[in-house]
Design a protein around this ligand. Structure first.
Ligand code: ZN
Ligand code: ZN
Length: 799
C-alpha cells in the first residue's frame, strides 16, 4: 500500500518570517521541524527576517506552515509571507549564514534569564560547562546588551572577541544541538573570564575570583558585580552593617533596595508570592517583582552582625518602613554561582542588588568607568571581559488583581517593540524628566529604550544620546519628527531640540505634547485603540505642565490620539515654591489647609513639622500668591494627606509619602465614615478637595489612627474616580475609562478604582506593557505627534 504522503504532490514553498526571530533559537527550531517532517530545503537570516524554503509532500509542507506560525518559545512572529517556488529536488535541509545586506532590519531580542537546561549543566560535575559563569544556549543568555549591530550574529556582538574552541564550534554548527547558532556560545576553554579586584590586588581564574568575591560578601563587604546590563552593588541582605554602609555610600536615603534571593524557596521566606508573582520571578525576563514582605523580623537593628545562624533574614535597612520588598532571582550563571553553594562552602544567602551608580545617575556598564565611579562605593569588583554594549537596568513590576503592572520596563523587555494602532512616520519620543525612557517609532511599531534615568544629570544626558543612537542603529529608524513634553524647562525637551537640530532629523523639528495627553495616549497605544476612538482618560500623577500654565496632575481627559478635551480635574490649590514643596509634604498640607479655609492647628502633624519662620513665609506666599503656581496634582494631594495623617513630612525620594500612605492603608477597614469629595456641575467637572481635607483634619485631631485615615482617603479617591467617570460618560456617552499616570502605580487605588468602574459597567484600560509613570510617556508622545501631524496633512490636502 502506498502512503498518503507517497502519493501527495511535491511542492516547494518559501516563507519569510518577520518579528523577533534572531537570537531566539529560530533556525534550530526550523531545522528540527523540517527534518522531523521529512522536508528538504534551507533557511537563513537576512535583514528582512528569516527566509526558509522547504520542499516535500504538500501535506507535510502545510503542517510545517502551521508549526512555523507559533515558532520557538522566545520568538515573536509578526507575520509570515509565503510564496510558491518551482520544485528543485534534493533531500538535505541546510542552514545558511546570515546575509548582512538588505534594507529592512529584523528585531533585536531582549536578554533572557539562564534556562533550566543550562542551569542543570553548570550544576553537573560531568558536564564540560560545570560551574561555567557564561553558559548560554539558543534559549537563554545575553542578547540586547551585547548586540552591536544587526543581523544578530556572533560577529556583531561583544562575543566577537572570543574565538570559539573546536568543541563549541562543533555545537554551534550542529543543527541537532541546543547551541546550534547560539551566538554567545562559550565554555571554560574559550569563553569570557572572571576576575576579582580587591584591596589585595587581582584574583584571576573563575573559581578563585568567585571564592574571593564570596569571601568579601561573607565578611560584610560591598561587591561591585558585573551582570548583563551593567554593574550591581551587592552585599549580604541579612548583614545590618553592610546594608547600612551601602546605603550611606550610595546616598540612597530611605529608598528600598532590591534583594536577589538564591531561589524561589528562599524568596518565599521573605515575601508572599502567589502564582502570578512566581511566574514573573522565574520567567525569562526575570524582573524585580514588588511583593508584600513577610514577618517584619529584622526590623529594629537586632545587631546580630554577620552570624548566619539565627539572624533575621533581612537587615532593617534593606527596605526601611516598607511593607513591600523588591525581589528578584538570579538570571545569569554568574548570579547562580555567586549565590549558590560552592566548593568554598554554602552561599552567602540573599543579596541586596542595587544598580551600580549614585542615585539618579545611569547604571555603570564600562569596566574602566566602574573602577572610577564605584571606587567610593565598593570594596571589591567581580568582573569579566565580555563588554556590555548597551547598559540596561533591571526591570520592575508589581502584581495587581493577578495582572502584571510594569513599573520600570528595561532588561528582559527592551528592545521588544510595542505594536501601534496607527501608522507613524519615523519619529523619536523624548519622554519626560524623571525615570526617563525614550522611543523610536515607525510604521506600526515603537521601540522603547531601557530605563535611562533622571534627565537632570549630565551623565544621564550622555546615556540618553548613546541609547538613542544605538536604537536608531538597531531599528534603522531615522526620525523625521521629535515629540517632546510641553514643559519648556525639561532637559528632555532641550535634549530633543538639540537632537532635532543635529543632522538626521530633516526639517520637521520638535512637536510638543501635553503631559497627561501623552499618558492617556500611551494607554491608547498599548491597547491598540483604533484612531479617532475616544476614551475617558483619568490621568493622576505628580506633575505635568498644563495648557493653561498650571501644574496639572488630576485630569479627566476625553481623548483620542489627535486631541483631548479636559472634562474635569481636581480643584486648583496653590503650589508654593515648586521643588521645595515636593520634598516637604508638610508644606503641601499647609497649602491645602489654607485653601480649604482651615486654621493651621499646631496639633496637626504638618503644622508642627513646619518651622515657625517657614510658616510665616508660607502664609505670606499663600495670601499674596507670590511664587505660587496653581496645581490640580493628585500626587500632591497624597503628600498633603500623608503629612496630615502624620505619616511623612519630608521625603527622601519621589513619591515616598504616597507609597507610605498606600502601605498604611493596606488591609485596613475604613469603617463607616466616608470622606466627602464633591464634584461641581459642568461643563468642566471640578473635584473640590476642601471638604476632604477638612474631614481628614477632623479625624486626625480626633485621634483616628493614621492607617484608618489612609484607608478612608483611598476609598474616597476610588469613589472620586467612579464619580468623574460617571460625569464624563454623561457628557460624552463614552464608557471606556483609562487609568494612567504615576499615581496608578498604587495597587490599592488601581484595584479599588477598577472595581468601582466595572461595577458601573465600564470598560477599564490599565497598563500592561509600559509603566503608568513617566517611563511610559514617550510611547504616548509619538502616538499623539503622529496623529496630529496626520490630521494637519489631511487638512492641508483639503485646503
Ligand atoms: Zn540555556
Ligand atoms: Zn568553547
Amino acid at each position: 500500500m502506498t502512503t498518503v504522503l507517497g502519493t501527495a504532490p511535491i511542492v516547494r514553498r518559501r516563507f519569510v518570517v518577520r518579528g523577533v526571530v534572531q537570537g531566539v533559537g529560530f533556525r534550530p527550531f526550523v531545522h528540527v521541524t523540517a527534518v522531523g517532517l521529512g522536508l528538504a530545503g534551507e533557511a537563513h537570516n537576512d535583514a528582512g527576517g528569516l527566509v526558509i524554503e522547504v520542499e516535500g509532500p504538500a501535506p507535510a509542507v502545510a503542517e510545517f506552515a502551521v508549526r512555523l506560525a507559533d515558532g520557538p518559545p522566545l520568538a515573536i512572529v509578526d507575520g509570515v509571507e509565503t510564496s510558491e517556488l518551482p520544485v528543485r529536488g534534493g533531500r538535505e535541509f541546510a542552514i545558511g549564514a546570515s546575509d548582512p545586506d538588505g534594507a529592512v532590519r529584523t528585531l533585536a531580542a531582549p536578554d533572557v534569564a539562564t534556562c533550566a537546561d543550562c542551569l542543570r549543566e553548570i550544576g553537573d560535575p560531568a558536564d564540560r560547562r560545570y560551574r561555567h559563569p557564561f553558559a548560554t544556549c539558543t534559549n537563554c543568555g545575553p542578547r540586547f546588551t551585547i548586540t552591536v549591530d544587526l543581523p544578530y550574529d556572533r560577529a556583531t556582538t561583544t562575543m566577537a572577541r572570543f574565538p570559539m574552541c573546536a568543541r563549541c564550534a562543533a555545537e554551534y554548527a550542529d543543527p541537532a544541538d541546543r547551541r546550534f547558532h547560539a551566538q554567545p556560545i562559550a565554555c571554560p576553554d574559550c569563553g569570557p573570564r572572571l576576575e576579582f579586584l580587591g584591596r589585595a590586588g587581582p584574583v584571576t581564574g573563575d573559581e578563585a575570583a568567585l571564592a574571593a568575591a564570596r569571601t568579601l560578601l561573607r565578611d560584610g563587604g560591598v561587591l561591585a558585580v558585573k551582570g548583563l546590563g551593567g554593574y550591581h552593588l551587592a552585599c549580604r541582605a541579612a548583614d545590618e552593617d553592610a546594608v547600612a554602609t551601602l546605603r550611606r555610600r550610595k546616598r540612597r536615603g530611605a529608598k528600598p533596595f532590591a534583594v536577589m534571593a538564591p531561589d524561589l524557596d528562599a524568596a518565599g521566606a521573605l515575601a508572599a508570592i502567589d502564582e502570578v508573582a512566581a511566574g514573573l520571578l522565574t520567567g525569562p525576563a526575570r524582573p524585580i517583582v514588588l511583593l508584600p514582605r513577610l514577618g517584619r523580623a529584622g526590623e529594629g537593628r537586632a545587631g546580630e552582625g554577620r552570624a548566619v545562624k539565627g539572624e533575621a533574614p533581612l537587615a532593617a535597612d534593606v527596605a526601611p518602613g516598607s511593607p513591600d520588598l523588591g525581589l528578584l532571582l538570579p538570571y545569569t550563571p554568574l548570579h547562580h554561582l555567586l549565590l549558590g553553594d560552592g566548593p568554598d562552602g554554602p552561599g552567602p544567602g540573599s543579596l541586596v542588588m542595587t544598580s551600580g551608580n549614585l542615585g539618579g545617575e545611569p547604571i555603570v556598564a564600562d569596566d574602566a568607568d566602574a573602577l572610577v565611579r564605584l571606587a567610593a562605593l565598593a570594596d571589591g569588583w567581580l568582573r569579566h571581559d565580555r563588554p556590555v554594549h548597551v547598559p540596561c537596568d533591571d526591570s520592575v513590576v508589581r502584581v495587581v488583581d493577578g495582572e502584571e503592572l510594569p513599573i520600570r520596563r528595561s532588561r528582559g523587555y527592551a528592545p521588544l517593540p510595542v505594536a501601534l494602532p496607527i501608522d507613524v512616520p519615523p519619529m523619536l519620543g523624548a519622554g519626560a524628566e524623571l525615570k526617563n525612557t525614550m522611543c523610536l517609532a515607525a510604521g506600526r511599531r515603537a521601540w522603547l529604550s531601557g530605563h535611562i534615568g533622571d534627565m537632570d544629570d549630565l551623565a544621564t544626558l550622555a546615556t540618553a544620546t548613546a541609547a538613542e543612537e544605538h536604537l536608531e542603529h538597531l531599528t534603522d529608524v531615522r526620525p523625521r519628527v521629535v515629540a517632546a513634553d510641553l514643559h519648556p524647562d525639561y532637559r528632555s525637551r532641550a535634549w530633543a531640540v538639540d537632537r532635532a537640530g543635529r543632522g538626521g532629523v530633516d526639517g520637521e523639528g520638535v512637536r510638543s505634547v501635553q503631559h497627561h495627553h501623552a499618558h492617556v495616549a500611551s494607554l491608547l497605544a498599548e491597547h491598540r485603540v483604533p484612531a479617532r476612538q475616544k476614551i475617558v482618560g483619568i490621568a493622576f500623577d505628580g506633575t505635568g505642565l498644563g495648557t493653561d500654565g498650571a501644574v496639572w496632575g488630576g485630569e479627566v481627559l476625553l481623548a483620542d490620539a489627535a486631541g483631548f478635551a479636559r472634562l474635569g480635574h481636581l480643584g486648583y490649590v496653590p503650589l508654593p515654591g515648586g521643588d521645595v514643596t515636593v520634598q516637604r509634604p508638610y508644606r503641601m498640607a499647609l497649602a491645602h489647609l489654607a485653601a480649604a479655609g482651615l486654621p493651621w492647628d499646631p496639633d496637626l502633624p504638618p503644622v508642627a513639622a513646619c518651622p515657625l519662620p517657614e510658616r510665616r513665609v508660607l502664609a505670606h506666599q499663600l495670601t499674596t500668591g507670590l511664587g505660587c503656581v496653581p496645581t490640580s496634582s493628585v500626587g500632591r494631594l497624597f503628600d498633603a494627606v500623608a503629612a496630615l495623617a502624620g505619616i511623612r513630612q519630608v521625603v527622601d525620594f519621589e513619591a515616598q509619602a504616597a507609597i507610605e500612605l498606600e502601605a498604611a492603608a493596606r488591609g485596613v477597614d475604613p469603617g463607616e465614615r466616608r470622606y466627602p469629595f464633591p464634584v461641581g456641575a459642568g461643563p468642566v467637572h471640578v473635584a473640590d478637595p476642601a471638604p476632604l481635607i477638612r474631614a481628614v483634619a477632623d479625624d486626625v485631631l480626633a485621634g483616628v489612627p493614621a492607617r484608618v485615615v489612609a484607608a478612608r482617603f483611598h476609598a474616597a479617591l476610588a469613589g472620586l474616580v467612579r464619580e468623574l467617570a460617571r460625569r464624563a460618560a454623561r457628557a460624552s456617552g463614552i464608557d471606556v475609562v483609562g487609568l494612567t499616570g504615576g499615581v496608578f502605580q498604587n495597587a490599592l487605588l488601581l484595584s479599588a478604582a477598577s472595581a468601582a468602574l466595572r461595577a458601573d459597567g465600564r470598560t477599564v484600560l490599565r497598563h500592561r506593557v509600559v509603566p503608568p509613570n513617566d517611563g511610559g510617556l514617550c510611547l504616548g508622545q509619538v502616538l499623539v505627534a503622529a496623529a496630529v501631524r496626520g490630521d494637519e496633512r489631511r487638512n492641508d490636502g483639503e485646503g
